[in-house]
Design a protein around this ligand. Structure first.
Ligand SMILES: Cc1cc2nc3c(=O)[nH]c(=O)nc-3n(C[C@H](O)[C@H](O)[C@H](O)COP(=O)(O)OP(=O)(O)OC[C@H]3O[C@@H](n4cnc5c(N)ncnc54)[C@H](O)[C@@H]3O)c2cc1C
Length: 374
């Protein structure tokens, strides 16, 4: 097998694959469309599994100023409940994290080319960018949620109607101290928010809302925050006196939550799908990055050993399929207000059950342990 690879996309999946292939001595080129490190829509919660992979890649979260999170606070309009996570999560901006991973990829010998946006994949595997066309021996697709022309995803995923937003705030000292050490999962009609601290004393508010709500509020972000705060006073309290740190929020639509790639038997695909190109777990799990890194590990292992794409996708489905399905089921159910209120009432009485829910919707230590052992 020819030992060179083109990786399209320099998020966690693409960067991790570049590091592992370059460390194995493969000539690797990586194209990342952003010319400079950029903010991304993400809650920036790093699960135990994600941290394990990042450590294996040589990333020093302390050096990036990552904060620690030990507790989960579930908040609805009328209730809140707190539970230990069962592990110490970390949180750091994606701008810092992704840049650091690409730096490690370069140090490992990968040729990281920023500012190159792939446009299309031809049926023979040739990849077209604005000024170039290449035919890599091995193509790895790590472009995240959005597809390249010519290699769209068969199947839509199950839940893709919501809009996603992310903004950073400087909270008042009292609210910052109340939030510190917690990730807050805030449930409201038609969506939910994650709120947590990141480095440099900034708070990350990342949420999904229904397009109807956004439309009803005239597509005005300030009005949307006021509307959400009126429904969930806890959010209003956190944001009272807060200063926005970005000129405008980041936004995304059409995320194919619940998607898990299943190749059609006998049909050769021109590229290996990694990260969100292979599986999209609902955001409330805070496990998308761990899945992205896990998929990069499984795919590069299959490439290096010659096990092939079929073996890679079977393994990924075995490791991640259950968590993706369970999380998609829970996300669908949370749209039902009555169900949401009942669950919140039970969790307020028995907050320890939240830890069970957290374990139920993540990749799991067993899967990571098995992949690490290879
Ligand atoms: C609202 C929301 C909240 C989330 N919160 C969390 C969380 O708290 N914790 C967590 O672990 N996960 C979270 N996730 C999921 C997580 O962000 C993704 O699962 C993860 O980023 C996937 O990594 P990736 O490398 O596959 O894709 P991405 O991180 O999306 O990276 C793709 C890269 O490819 C580049 N690219 C795209 N198209 C091209 C192109 N044509 N040519 C060249 N480059 C290209 C992009 O610029 C980007 O750098 C969240 C997701 C959403 C939507």
């Amino acid at each position: 097998m020819s030992r060179d690879a083109l990786i399209v996309g320099g998020g966690p999946a693409g960067a991790a694959a570049a590091i592992w292939l370059a460390r194995a001595g493969w000539p690797v080129t990586l194209w990342e469309k952003e010319r400079h490190p950029a903010h991304k829509i993400c809650g920036e919660f790093l699960s135990w599994e994600a941290q394990t992979w990042l450590a294996r890649l040589g990333l020093d979260l302390e050096a990036l100023g990552a904060v620690s999170i030990e507790k989960l606070r579930l908040v609805t309009a009328t209730r809140s409940a707190v539970s230990g996570l069962g592990f110490v999560a970390r949180s750091v901006t994606r701008r810092a994290l992704d840049a650091a991973l690409l730096e490690i990829a370069m140090q490992a010998g990968a040729d990281v080319q920023r500012g190159i946006s792939a446009r299309e994949v031809k049926p023979d595997g040739a990849v077209v960018a604005s000024t170039t066309l290449v035919r890599p021996a091995n193509l790895l697709l790590a472009t995240g949620k959005h597809d390249l022309r010519g290699i769209g995803r068969p199947g839509e995923g199950t839940l893709n109607g919501q809009l996603g937003f992310k903004a950073y705030f400087r909270l008042t000292p009292a609210e910052r101290s109340a939030l510190s050490g917690h990730v807050e999962l805030i449930l409201f009609q038609g969506g939910y928010a994650g709120l947590q601290m990141v480095e440099r004393d900034a708070a990350n508010l990342c949420f999904l809302v229904s397009p109807e709500r956004w439309k009803r509020l005239g597509g005005d972000f300030t009005a949307l925050l006021a509307d959400l705060s009126a429904e969930v006073p806890h959010l209003g309290q956190r944001l009272a006196g807060a200063v926005p740190l970005l000129d405008r929020p980041l936004a995304i639509s059409g995320v194919p939550y619940g998607f898990l790639h299943r190749p059609v038997k006998g049909v050769a695909e021109p590229g290996w799908r990694l990260g969100d190109q292979a599986a999209v777990i609902p955001s409330f799990t805070g496990d998308g990055m761990s899945l992205a890194l896990h998929s990069a590990r499984l795919a590069t292992e299959a490439l290096l050993t010659g096990a092939g794409q079929g073996a890679y996708y079977r393994r990924l489905a075995k490791d991640a399929g259950g968590a993706v399905r369970r999380a998609a089921w829970l996300q669908r159910r949370s749209d039902d207000g009555l169900w949401r209120d009942r669950v919140a009432a039970v969790l307020a009485l028995a907050p320890g059950l939240m830890r069970v829910g957290v374990g139920f919707t993540r990749l799991g230590r067993g899967a990571v342990g098995r992949a690490l052992a290879v």
